[in-house]
Ligand binder design. Structure first.
Ligand SMILES: O=c1[nH]c(=O)n([C@H]2C[C@H](O)[C@@H](COP(=O)(O)O)O2)cc1CO
Length: 182
């Protein structure tokens, strides 16, 4: 990215902006590992020193792969036959897979705006920044409740939640990778 390029989000430093592009790219790559046939979500947690301390994607609980349906709740009226009851969200997996003692003060990059359950986890774990890409489920009550949780918690806990706006820079970064370059 040329140094005179206008930052898409004016309140970000150039360093923060570049970090956003790198870490959202990591979250997107992990999303590709998700077996969910309809929505693959990835999350990447970064500490205040700029180190990745957790990654995750949405998947069934360990040992339960292939044992529960990937059906959406619109496809079966019995909730027990739908994925929502069983799937572990990307944020949960990233938090429980952490390589550090805790994730206090960290930033979570997530490819989809968190649901209410993940918003609770994020707040309780001490994560300070949430950077999300898509908000395709904004009409869902879970998403609306998550907004409320993050918003209300932001005053005492200083949580900052913002949308990632640099999709083209992620494409450019990933396109520029040549694993065989000398
Ligand atoms: O924050 C999230 N993190 C996350 O991993 N997910 C997962 C759960 C499901 O596997 C999938 C959502 O599926 P769908 O878009 O078909 O409702 O994304 C969903 C959300 C928010 O809804």
């Amino acid at each position: 990215m040329a140094s005179n390029t206008k930052l898409p989000q004016d309140n970000l430093t150039r360093r923060q902006y570049k970090d956003d592009v790198y870490f959202m790219s990591v979250a997107l790559m992990f999303a590709k590992k998700s077996p969910d046939p309809s929505t693959q979500v990835g999350a990447c947690i970064v500490n205040e020193g700029g180190e990745i301390v957790g990654v995750g994607f949405n998947k069934m609980p360990d040992g339960c792969e292939g044992k529960f349906p990937w059906k959406h709740d619109t496809e079966d009226e019995d909730p027990l036959n739908t994925k929502g009851m069983y799937v572990c969200h990307a944020e949960l997996n990233a938090i429980v897979n952490k390589t550090s003692v805790d994730v206090k003060g960290c930033t979570i990059y997530v490819t989809l705006f968190p649901c209410n359950e993940c918003a609770k986890l994020i707040v309780q774990s001490g994560i300070k920044n949430v950077v999300y890409l898509s908000n395709k489920h904004k009409e869902r009550n879970g998403t609306k409740a998550a907004f409320r949780i993050l918003d209300e918690a932001s005053t005492p806990k200083n949580i900052i939640c913002r949308q990632f706006e640099s999709k083209q820079d992620v494409r450019d970064l990933l396109d520029s990778i040549d694993p065989f370059a000398e």
